[in-house]
Write a protein that binds this ligand. Structure first.
Ligand SMILES: Nc1ncnc2c1ncn2[C@@H]1O[C@H](COP(=O)(O)OP(=O)(O)OP(=O)(O)O)[C@@H](O)[C@H]1O
Ligand SMILES: [Mg+2]
Length: 272
């Protein structure tokens, strides 16, 4: 089950805004997505409550008394919003099961320094070091009239992290979130510039959310290859191979069913 976590120690860097948008994008792709909010502020959960039921559905998080995050039945994709100040054990628990971590970073020097420290910690974690959990940064709240985007790109190079996009500072985000919406929920012509800025980000997320099917296993034909005697008929070994492929695709693209991957025992006592 693909899991994307939105992480940055720095408060107010745009984590909840970004997480809500990724979840909404998944919902528009027809994916059964959950937006898990492990921040005590519950910004994402509050946003979900404001979201109109007629919009593509995003499931809220479910947490039990043991602080275990449960993935509701039928969910195949998870987006996690996390609190500021996440580090140490709490951070490593998120990395344990995330397939990708996206870090929204604002351009100020304080934001860049804080994000660099968080990245340095992430790079020490085995799943990140081995590439099992991908990490990328996104420029957030960048004023187009400044050199903020260039500054952030230079910072990303130094911090050894891929910069997958830069989102501008605009009230469009603020207005949407107030109404339980994201930019993906409004008519495209109302957010052309901003949706354009999301393209490179979504391109990066696409293979994480829809992992490629496992490579086809080459099998020797069971029967000798013969020309079909009847027009349109296929040799047996070809039919066999196709059925194997279909089977493996449906397993991978559909994500694991809940009973296999439904319990993410990673959340608990996320302290500031
Ligand atoms: N691109 C943007 N343009 C303008 N405002 C933005 C943008 N992105 C986020 N904001 C605003 O910035 C503020 C902080 O964003 P958000 O709550 O998403 O950050 P956060 O990292 O989740 O904060 P916290 O660490 O407190 O959870 C919010 O008021 C949000 O509406
Ligand atoms: Mg938040």
């Amino acid at each position: 089950m693909p899991v994307i976590a939105v992480v940055n120690r720095k408060g107010g860097s745009g984590k909840s805004t970004f997480a809500a948008h990724v979840a909404s994008w998944c919902a528009h792709q027809g994916l059964a997505v959950m937006l898990g909010d492990i921040d005590r502020q519950q910004s994402s959960r509050g946003w979900l409550r404001r979201r109109d039921a007629s919009l593509p559905a995003i499931a809220p998080w479910v947490i039990d008394q043991k602080n275990v995050l449960r993935v509701p039945t039928g969910i195949t994709h998870v987006v996690l919003d996390t609190p500021g100040g996440l580090h140490g054990f709490e951070l490593s628990r998120i990395v344990m099961f995330a397939d990708a971590i996206v870090m929204p970073v604002c351009p100020s020097v304080f934001d860049r320094e804080s994000a660099a420290a968080c990245l340095a910690e992430l790079h020490t974690l085995p799943r990140v070091a081995k590439g099992q959990c991908k990490v990328a940064a996104v420029g957030m709240r960048v004023d187009n009239r400044t050199s903020g985007a260039d500054t952030l790109r230079a910072w990303a190079k130094e911090a050894n992290v891929e910069m997958i996009g830069v989102l501008r500072e605009t009230q469009n985000y603020v207005r949407c979130l107030e109404r339980g919406l994201t930019l993906f929920d409004v008519p495209k012509d109302k957010a052309t510039i901003d949706l354009g800025q999301w393209e490179s980000i979504l391109q990066w997320l696409q293979p994480v959310m829809n992992p490629a099917p496992a490579p086809e296993v080459k099998r020797e034909p069971i029967l000798p290859v013969r020309k079909p005697s009847v027009l349109g008929a296929r040799p047996l070994h070809e039919t066999h191979r196709n059925s194997v492929l279909t089977e493996s695709r449906s397993t991978i693209l559909g994500g694991k069913p809940l009973n296999e991957a439904g319990r993410l025992a990673v959340v608990g006592g996320t302290q500031r």
